[in-house]
Design a protein around this ligand. Sequence first.
Ligand code: FAD
Ligand code: DLZ
Length: 511
Amino acid sequence: MSKTLRLLLGDQLNSNHSWFSTVDDSITYVMMEIRTETDYALHHVQKVVGIFAAMRAFATDLKIKGHQVIYLKINDEYNLQAFDKNIVKLLSEHNFSRFEYQWPDEYRVDRLLKNICKTIAVASTAIDSEHFFTTRNELADFFEGKKTYVMENFYRALRKKHRILMDGDQPITGKWNYDSDNRKKLPKEHKPAPPLQFNNELSLLYEEILKANCKTIGTIDASQFLWPINRQQSLALLDFFATHCLPLFGTYQDAMTPNEWSLYHSRLSFSLNIKLVSPHEVITRVVAEWNLRPAEIEFNQVEGFVRQVIGWREYMRGIYWNKMPNYATLNFFNHQEKLPSWFWTGKTKMSCLKDAINQSLQYAYAHHIQRLMITGNFALLAGVHPDDVDQWYLGIYIDAFEWVEITNTRGMSQFADGGIVGTKPYVSSAAYIDKMSHYCGSCYYKKNIKVGEKACPFTSLYWNFYDRNESKLAANPRIGMMYNVWRKMKPDDKTALLEQAQYYLNNINDL
Ligand code: FAD
Ligand code: DLZ
């Protein structure tokens, strides 16, 4: 009997994949916990534990269904700790005559697997992971010949193509995008529903990871691991989101407040990115909820969510496959600074950054506006090298995989791509942070003070950013207005702001 070895990666846990529709004794699946993957970034400990737990649960499930599975644990002595070494060894030891894999989501692994196939003596094939709405090249084809890649156009085309919230060729309500309704601050006394957390007992797995000496960041309560680690829990989280969070998702999508770490966000990104649920299932469930409760759930809530999943998520993936590997080298502003040391500890006097970083260390999660307008905003204003920024984001979040991390970080957040993903840099002074959050009231720094000991660093760094990048940004029509304000400022005020910014940049680790 000719035998086939099929590789499954840690983010390919799609139980609905056509591979699993029949049980075939000539096929063996291999899954491996390996050091090349635990070590390519300084991952959050919850990310490593979560992925290993989900991989193990998936392998067990496959075995229960009758599939043949080889599972290499991190401390197994015959584990050679790299995809290529383990595959070559397994092929020869078990006399496989074929090797198959699903197209990976990451460029590095894509190259690696293609190279393996060139060196092994057996036939090989790769197929789609059957997860996304779009193919790897769909965005490139859609924008062929265009100078800019406008996300909104791609999003509308996908809504039409997949008939989501549509009435024939038109959006069901007559309007495509409700973003302008989705920028409310959380009322002071408002208490969101507590997030659904799971109590997975993963202490033994955590001990194995400690024994393997994998270097990680962040904290964990492994006896009550809170993230979903299987399909059933992922579907429960989706259900929880649709029932309890969707009604206010859009309204408070951009809001930030201390001690509420996820507000009305879905926290589905981990389950989605490792493919325990599909974007199709997520959209279907959410649209069904809106159809059931149209009086309770305003349209801006559901449209806002759908836009994140079929708009931004698919768009970022398309940009990644269109622009890699060059994308990873882009540094439009030629930023060279190091990430402040407190990004790794949360020990800063700035209330917003302290909260966003500490919650990231505690939960391996921050919501989009915390990532974009707090940590990302600060890194950009401080002129941090995009490589450093990428390394931080690629490690710290449980949902961080390069295809969606780098496009958001280097692209949307750091504008290091010079405007492929975004039309302008996402920077702000204290005013925006105060408008959208409750951080400033309790901060050591004062939002209204521009210079002096208690001046909020965001404000002087903001003007310093515009001043030092004038030659690159002044012609951008979306920010011309800021340059008018800057030019009209009194020379003494400008000098004071720039001196204040320089002082902060010189003492960045002490802020
Ligand atoms: P919700 O707010 O509930 O949104 C629903 C879903 O929409 C998310 O689960 C996600 O799948 C999708 N989504 C929302 N925004 C985006 C976006 N900008 N790009 C792609 N998909 C989106 N997302 C990741 O999945 N992995 C990352 O490594 C990652 N890194 C980021 C780095 C930076 C600097 C920024 C600004 C954003 C990053 N994002 C990343 C996008 C976004 O912040 C997260 O998807 C979101 O916070 C995940 O939380 P959630 O599931 O509660 O999202
Ligand atoms: C992120 C990650 C980690 C930490 N560990 C593993 C692992 O041990 N084995 C594995 O197959 N996958 C792991 N992953 C996910 C991979 O890094 C991911 O599959 C690739 O980046 C492709 O997206």
